[in-house]
Design a protein around this ligand. Structure first.
Ligand code: NDP
Length: 403
């Protein structure tokens, strides 16, 4: 867990953005553009969006742009022609972008593809602002161990973890009783079980409060996002699963709460805008001014909290069980969920089949004895691949568990 102590940062700070063309990447870009005097940009990366990457690189005056897909290299190179920005392609180029000297790396690639580049930044000792939750879900113990060994500071970007990080500053760790993550409840919070089961892609993509990438939006609708965040919080704050609770808070104003042993609850509140936690990480331990719209307390009718319904939204229960089982189970959970969400988005799987496929994959993996905790990124990726192939087989066989 990062310390809340620290010297004020020295401007301008050198920043690299992994996943610069994504939702978090673009919010980061917005903040960097509005605070040009405080930052300079070293590297930006993307998977295949050459045009978007070139645009981000030029806007930010980056030195290096790396695109994962080799086929996109030509388009990147031509979009950068006439500039002094260096271009490269391939997974190794993305890793190099992460490892180039910087003061802070924004780790905002989506999915397991972010593991190797994020680890490269950690190994270099660069402060890492971590949005790519899959690093912590797939190999959290490994990432935290390597960060501790290298003296790397990890700052949580995810709004709930960023809130907890801020609230933890209010007291001593030994006085913390529990951590509370809030969940919006997603678009189906008030729907009947049957309606949730039959939800369409379009309905699931309509998040009530947050504007995010497709994968994380679907994860919010199933509540798997909160399950992944539970695992993330366990690793970031070295807190046992039993001391981390989740409450549904539909207004998405209170992002995280720390309960201390004297009965004090310290919360972080803010408008539901990722630019607030991102700016906290970019500026930390200082604060950037006006990253997003102000929260107007007088416009809030009420703030409500309710326990999550684990019957209509079993994903959270499945994730908690995987965390309690530990070892490789969270890695399998994450991989199976990525497969399930992709299948759902492609229209090949129903909404209720997402948690069903994840649970069936976990069961199958356990039966095959795939319980070892990944000791390296390679092992985590190997387990990820195996879990994906099990999930793929279960989907292809139209397994009874999915219906
Ligand atoms: P997006 O899908 O919007 O963006 C993903 C970024 O990663 C893009 O730049 C994409 O490039 C790049 N990318 C994807 N696959 C690869 C790959 N194989 N190799 C290299 N780069 C790749 O995701 P988000 O910004 O929504 O989310 C990023 C991470 O942050 C996720 O882990 C998510 O769970 C987490 N997060 C997101 C939040 C949000 O509000 N969006 C909130 C909290 C956490 P390209 O555009 O070329 O495909």
């Amino acid at each position: 867990m990062p310390s809340t102590d620290g010297d004020p940062g020295v401007a301008p700070r050198a920043i690299s953005i992994l996943g610069a063309t994504g939702s978090i990447g673009m919010s980061t870009l917005d903040l960097l553009v509005r605070n040009r005097d405080r930052f300079r940009v070293q590297s930006v990366t993307a998977q295949r969006n050459a045009e978007g990457l070139a645009k981000a690189a030029i806007t930010l005056g980056a030195r290096f742009a790396a695109i994962a897909q080799p086929a996109a290299y030509g388009a990147l190179k031509s979009a950068l022609s006439g500039t002094a920005i260096e271009a490269a392609a391939g997974d190794e180029a993305v890793i190099e972008a992460a490892a180039r000297p910087a003061d802070l790396v924004m780790a905002s690639i989506s999915g397991a593809a972010g593991l190797a580049p994020t680890m490269a930044a950690i190994e270099r000792g660069t402060t890492v602002a971590i949005a790519n939750k899959e690093c912590l879900v797939c190999a959290g113990a490994l990432f935290m161990r390597r960060a501790a060994a290298r003296g790397t500071t990890i700052l949580p970007v995810d709004s709930e973890h960023n809130a907890l990080f801020q609230a933890l500053g209010a007291g001593r760790r030994c006085d913390v009783r529990r951590l509370i993550l809030t969940a919006s409840g997603g678009p189906f919070r008030t729907w009947t079980a049957e309606a949730v089961r039959n939800a369409t892609v379009e309905q699931a993509l309509r998040h009530p409060n947050w504007s995010m990438g497709a994968k994380v939006t679907i994860d919010s609708a199933t509540l798997m996002n909160k399950g992944l965040e539970l695992i993330e919080a366990h690793h970031l704050f070295q807190t046992p699963a039993r001391d981390i609770d989740v409450f549904v808070h539909p207004q998405s104003i209170v992002h995280g709460i720390v309960e201390f042993r004297d009965g004090s609850l310290v919360a972080q509140l803010g408008a539901p805008d990722m630019r607030i936690p991102i700016s906290h990480c970019l500026g930390w331990p200082e604060r950037l001014a006006e990253p997003a719209r102000w929260l107007r307390l007088e416009e809030l009718a009420s703030l409500t909290f309710e326990p999550p319904d684990l019957v209509r939204f079993p994903a959270l229960r499945i994730a908690r069980t995987a965390l309690e089982e530990g070892a490789g189970a969270p890695t399998v959970l994450n991989a199976a969920n990525e497969v399930a969400v992709a299948e759902f988005l492609a229209g090949r799987l129903g909404f209720a089949a997402i948690p069903a496929l994840v649970e069936a994959t976990l069961d199958a993996a356990a039966r095959k004895g795939m319980v070892r905790e990944p000791a390296s990124v390679e092992e985590a990726l190997a387990l990820d691949r195996t879990a994906r192939s099990i999930a793929g087989e279960l989907t292809a066989s139209a397994s009874a568990v999915l219906h």
